[in-house]
Design a protein around this ligand. Structure first.
Ligand SMILES: Nc1ncnc2c1ncn2[C@@H]1O[C@H](COP(=O)(O)OP(=O)(O)OP(=O)(O)O)[C@@H](O)[C@H]1O
Ligand SMILES: [Mg+2]
Length: 358
């Protein structure tokens, strides 16, 4: 659910600020180093307990202070979340004054960040695309996380057996792995199909303003990680010799991917950086549409540095896209690229000059 207010203390360059957010579009602009990414990072922490920029949370504590404290309000539900990080302690999270584990945050304050890594979505490793899909399914499907962890535990065990050549034990793990794996794949297939459907709807809406030729020729396929002709157990049995040789499970949902093809050629070999960035934003928006329409979950979208790589025409197309997205969007840019004429098109648009927030 959208955050309506956040307060940030001793976090990155900020000593103490309170920001009242719109449930619609929130646009932060300001010079290099003014704190735009830091604000987006703070919002993201409420959905994950993690930063999208640093693996070491202690580095987020403002220099010469001992802890950071973030508070968020969800005005619609009346929820308050508090996150505190002391230098030498692990992060502490409270929801309505009750301690919770960070893994619970994603369901309470779901959000997707689009940042420099996501911009090269088509170019990234399969692992990255899988994670982005899985993140949304974690939010949407109650049973998914149980299945996901169970599959990965079984996979670890099977790989351990393969490493130690314990052939007779592998049979037992094949069964467990295929049961969880088929289920995991069903979740992914289902969510992927819905996303593709929403993606096509968004493309249709943008059609009158479209400037990209590739929209017409792109085909997007979910590849489950093993041959479509076999069940997972058949595939595990078929590939057993290869797995024993390589000492790892070579086929299965841990190898699944989303393939983007343009005229039968891998999109990463064709799309320019700006095209990839726009495409990544569109795909993430489609995932959000699925969450909203099929699961009644309103997730926020965070986009850092929106204007980089996009020329005027593509930026106009992005503005067009914004008109069709009803979720909370929080994004940043070095310059104020939203004139009052553009803003007129939106009901709930808030603009923040970051230098003036302190
Ligand atoms: N732990 C910290 N304590 C104090 N300042 C920090 C800390 N971590 C980062 N900073 C500083 O905070 C400032 C804001 O960084 P941030 O990345 O949010 O800027 P930005 O507005 O996104 O800039 P850009 O336009 O270059 O992306 C930077 O000057 C950075 O050096
Ligand atoms: Mg930045």
């Amino acid at each position: 659910m959208p955050l309506t207010e956040i307060s940030i203390n001793n976090f990155r360059c900020f000593e103490g600020i309170v920001i009242s957010l719109s449930p619609g579009i929130n646009f932060f602009y300001g010079a290099n180093g003014s704190g735009k990414t830091s604000i987006l990072e703070a919002v993201f922490i409420f959905s994950s307990g993690k930063s999208f920029k640093s693996s070491n949370l202690a580095s987020l504590i403002k220099h010469n202070t001992n802890n950071f404290m973030l508070k968020a309000y969800d005005g619609k539900r009346g929820y308050i979340a508090e996150i505190k990080k002391d230098k030498n302690k692990s992060i502490s999270v409270e929801l309505n004054n009750n301690k919770i584990v960070t893994s619970k945050l994603i369901k309470e304050f779901p959000c997707t960040p689009i940042h420099n890594n996501t911009f090269s979505f088509a170019d990234a490793s399969p692992d990255f695309r899988r994670k982005l899909l899985d993140r949304s399914i974690f939010i949407a499907e109650e049973e998914f996380s149980k299945t996901w962890f169970s599959y990965h535990r079984a996979l670890k065990q099977r790989n351990h057996m393969l490493k130690n050549n314990r052939i007779s034990d592998i049979y037992a793990w094949n069964n467990k792995l295929s049961k969880d794996g088929e289920m995991l794949s069903k979740f992914r297939n289902n969510f992927f199909d819905k996303t593709l459907q929403e993606f096509k709807i968004l493309l249709k809406r943008l059609e009158p303003n479209n400037i990209f030729d590739f929209f017409e020729s792109i085909s997007i396929n979910f590849s489950q990680g093993w041959s479509e002709e076999n069940t997972l157990i058949q595939s595990l049995e078929k590939n057993e010799q290869k797995d024993l040789q390589r000492k790892t499970t070579t086929k299965g949902p841990h190898k699944s991917d989303i393939k983007f093809l343009i005229n039968e050629i891998d999109a990463r070999q064709i799309l320019s950086r700006g095209e990839q960035k726009f495409f990544s934003i569109l795909w993430s928006c489609a995932q959000h549409e699925v969450l909203k329409k099929h699961y009644q979950i309103e997730a926020s979208l965070i986009i850092d540095d929106i204007r980089s790589e996009l020329d005027d025409r593509v930026f106009s197309l992005f503005v067009e896209l914004l008109k069709h997205i009803e979720n909370q969007i929080i994004f940043s840019c070095i310059e104020d690229c939203f004139s009052s004429k553009i803003i007129e098109n939106f009901k709930e648009f808030k603009k923040f000059h970051v230098e003036q927030l302190g």
